[in-house]
Write a protein that binds this ligand. Structure first.
Ligand code: IMP
Length: 200
């Protein structure tokens, strides 16, 4: 089974390929599928934004397309940056942006945070599969680790003592928001294919 991923983010593509390949699902990026646009993410939830990206890619390619939208919610920032996680960083480096979050959280009694990921797959016949994954944790006391990407160096997952960036890709995928959402998606996709008798 081949599926087109509506994303231009190389880090996400690498993680999603590692999650889905043991399940026999080959992931092709939208640029490999000849689709070079970027849909405007003007939704108000992770699921709405994932749907916007997946639907735009499905309409451009005429094939089933999957997209994810994800981000970090920090209690001390009222749940932000949330759907604005990428835009909150903007043109700064992630190290600078993580520094700002560490400062904000140091001034608060609540270090709670979570990564969330919504996955939406749109089919040309109008069908849709929606899944979500969450990993709870806290904002750590410093910037540490060299794996992963984005906000991983300041996020310490529940049950761990070091940041997500101290985990290998395989260890991260086993507990991450994206790993959880895409494993649910793989299961839903398998059921859908059995029901529809879809061959590709
Ligand atoms: P998206 O491409 O619009 O879904 O933006 C996701 C943004 O959320 C990324 O650019 C990162 O800033 C942040 N993010 C999402 N998932 C992760 C993760 O697994 N680790 C670190 N940061 C993440």
């Amino acid at each position: 089974m081949k599926i087109i991923l509506a994303s231009n983010n190389a880090d996400k593509l690498r993680e999603i390929r590692e999650i889905l390949s043991p399940m026999g699902i080959e992931v092709i990026s939208q640029s490999e599928a000849g689709c070079r646009f970027e849909a405007e993410e003007n939704g108000t939830t992770f699921t709405e934004n994932a749907r916007i990206k997946a639907r735009a890619a499905m309409e451009a390619t005429g094939r089933p397309c999957v997209a994810d939208d994800s981000g970090l919610e920090v209690n001390a920032m009222g749940g932000g940056p949330g759907i604005y996680s990428s835009r909150f960083c903007g043109d700064r480096t992630y190290r600078e942006t993580c520094g700002e979050i560490l400062d904000l959280v140091d001034g608060s009694a609540d270090r709670g945070a979570r990564f969330k990921c919504a996955v939406v797959c749109c089919f040309p016949n109008g069908d849709e599969i929606d899944c979500e994954g969450v990993v709870e944790g806290i904002i750590g006391y410093g910037y540490e680790g060299e794996h992963g990407f984005g906000y991983d160096p300041i996020f310490v997952p529940e049950g761990h003592t070091r940041s997500m960036a101290c985990l290998t890709d395989g260890e991260k995928n086993a507990i991450s928001h994206r790993g959880r959402a895409f494993r649910r998606f793989a299961e839903e996709l398998r059921k859908y294919m059995e029901k529809e008798d879809v061959k590709e």
